[in-house]
Write a protein that binds this ligand. Structure first.
Ligand code: FES
Length: 328
């Protein structure tokens, strides 16, 4: 299930706090002091940076990690990634208190709704802690059983670590690599009972280890959010295919090597399809599927959602047949 908002706002940076080595928190408020929309645990926003050249604006996704009860502000925490794609450097190096940021959302492709009687295990790697902070708060407020395993390079680089341990010393386990503590996905799977559900976010190698460790668990046991796009091989349908757009009846031909998103924009400019990450990790380009078989090549949909195939991410996913119909 997803929760969407495509609304864009100019928000003011009201606070800037160094949370840990290389991690800064930005508190965003409306310019007129009005409340911001409520959000659910696991939500993220798109931050839209003005284009530096005549290229498309740069957009990046950041999980909301503040107090959901504080309707006056949203908090994002950003890791400075020197070898990243540029968004974190712009936030770290150029954004100051008082600046305005264009923000879209919030939206949620990683929803968490605690159910009484279920045991939750949260697993975070590095900056992957950000979506889990609101889940931990929600689990605690709901009175369900939960634990958090949080891995990072060192305690000084692990945002929220001190606060989480202070508040929940019996539930939070830190795994700081410089202290010789490593998160063992296989051990975690062995410790998890049949009523356990896992929510995890972090680097690809951590999520892959968890997917391996929980490979025999049911589809609804392991829930992950990826910051990095999953790697896929060649598409299963290597020829061109047609995409019928049900609202206009127009038919777009998608050639090999061209995304459905780009084909629609080029051949049916009257059709609006938003996009942000363009690599299958944010969900902005989600389109309802009415007919046809889709090869899902995103990093968002769960195995159940892939099976249902009610939606597809048109920036990366493709048809697995000669023709599909989208409700666009
Ligand atoms: S634009 Fe982000 S998933 Fe397609």
């Amino acid at each position: 299930m997803s929760y969407f908002s495509d609304v864009e706002r100019d928000l003011v940076v009201a606070g800037r706090t160094e949370l840990a080595d290389g991690v800064v928190a930005l508190d965003l408020v409306s310019h007129n002091g009005r409340d911001l929309p409520a959000w659910t645990p696991g939500s993220h926003v798109d931050v839209i940076f003005p284009a530096l050249t005549d290229a498309e604006p740069l957009e990046r996704q950041y999980s909301l990690c503040g107090d959901r009860g504080d309707r006056g502000s949203w908090r994002v925490a950003v890791l400075r990634e020197g070898d990243g794609r540029g968004g974190s450097l712009r936030l770290h190096d150029t954004v100051a208190v008082g600046d305005r940021l264009r923000v879209r959302g919030p939206r949620n492709h990683f929803p968490f709704d605690p159910v009484s009687g279920t045991t939750y295990r949260f697993v975070a790697g590095g900056i992957g802690i950000t979506p889990l902070t609101s889940m931990v708060a929600a689990a605690d407020a709901a009175g369900v059983e939960w634990t958090l395993d949080y891995a990072g390079r060192s305690r000084s680089a692990m945002a929220f670590a001190h606060d989480l341990v202070s508040r929940h010393p019996s539930r939070v386990r830190l795994h700081a690599a410089d202290e010789g503590s490593r998160l063992d996905a296989a051990a975690l799977a062995r410790e998890s009972g049949g009523d356990t559900v896992i929510y995890a976010c972090g680097p690809a190698r951590l999520l892959e280890a968890l997917e391996g460790a929980f490979a025999d668990a049911g589809d609804d046991v392991l829930h992950v959010e990826r910051f990095e796009a999953k790697e896929y091989g060649d598409p299963v349908w290597s020829d061109a295919f047609d995409v019928e757009l049900a609202l206009t009846g127009s038919v777009v031909t998608v050639s090999p090597g061209v995304s459905v998103l780009d084909a629609i924009r080029e051949q049916s400019p009257e059709t609006t399809v938003l996009s942000s990450c363009r690599r299958g990790t944010c969900g902005t380009c989600e389109a309802p599927v009415l007919e046809g078989e889709v090869e899902h090549r995103d990093s968002i949909l769960t195995p159940v959602e892939r099976e249902e195939s009610a939606v597809m991410m048109v920036c990366v996913s493709r048809a697995a047949c000669p023709r599909i119909v989208l409700d666009l």
